[in-house]
Write a protein that binds this ligand. Structure first.
Ligand code: HEC
Length: 226
């Protein structure tokens, strides 16, 4: 295995296969696909990289951005034991892993997965399912059917009145509608808004725009239907 740093020699021996199971706790927030940032940065190419410098991730805490160290086994061990004691203003809301053996295992896993394109490697070696590479990233909305396409959206009183591509206008209680922007490839094309069921009792929906400009353009305060 490459990338084993001198400082890791003092740590417990880790098992990458067991570590892959510990890594399950990270999948809610981190992808391994290069450049795919979720609420946390992609962990592709992490090993040996200066902390707080993943290309294209713009939401680092100032503490992590200015930390100045590089990720190796010892740094990861400290971080995963208690992120907030290492970087007090961190945005990684993760309680930490108390068990030193579990930490050694996940570090052994990250020594492989955190190489450039390491995600592919851990999938090929059967350590994690392929679905963990994109983790919680949304599937692309793709071709929106007429009932999904929002053509007009007006707000009046405590309600939204939403017109879709099939010509129907439907009233919704304002608390049941979330307006969201998805500017990534998973979002709708520019100029298109889509409405998606958000589970929970069947009357909650998300209306998804590709940009703030689209949202601004489509949502109006108006009580008369046209
Ligand atoms: C609730 C979401 C969440 C979970 C769960 C989570 N992370 Fe994070 N992680 C983040 C965020 C957000 C940041 C950026 C933190 C900051 O800037 O302070 C981050 C940063 C990191 C970094 C630093 C990356 C860099 O570019 O310097 C590493 C390494 C990391 N996480 C590993 C893990 C591992 C391993 C796990 C699982 C044991 C995990 N994280 C669990 C959200 C999460």
């Amino acid at each position: 295995m490459t990338g084993l740093s001198v400082s890791s020699v003092a740590l417990a021996d880790g098992d990458a296969l067991r570590g892959a199971q510990v890594y399950r706790a990270c999948v809610a927030c981190h992808a391994l696909e290069p450049g795919l940032h979720l609420s946390g940065p992609s962990l592709d190419g992490l090993m040996g990289r200066v902390a707080g410098t993943a290309d294209g991730f713009v939401r680092y805490s100032s503490g992590l951005r200015d930390a100045g160290f590089s990720w190796n086994a010892a740094a990861l061990d400290g971080w995963l034991e208690d992120p907030a004691s290492m970087i007090p203003d961190t945005y990684m809301t993760f309680g930490g892993i108390d068990d030193p053996q579990a930490r050694a295992d996940i570090v052994a896993f990250l020594e492989i997965a955190g190489q450039p394109e390491g995600g592919k490697k851990v999938v090929d070696e059967g350590l994690i399912p392929a679905g963990w590479l994109r983790a919680g990233a949304l599937d692309p909305i793709g071709e929106a059917s007429p009932e999904m396409r929002v053509t007009a959206l007006r707000h009046c009183g405590d309600s939204y009145f939403i017109t879709t591509g099939d010509g129907r206008e439907t009233p919704h209680w304002e608390k049941n509608i979330r307006l969201k922007i998805d500017s990534a490839e998973s979002g709708p094309p520019s100029g298109v808004a889509v409405i998606l069921g958000a589970g929970m009792g069947g009357d909650r929906f998300s209306v998804i725009f590709s940009s703030l400009a689209d949202l601004d353009h489509l949502v109006t305060e108006r009580c008369e239907a046209r």
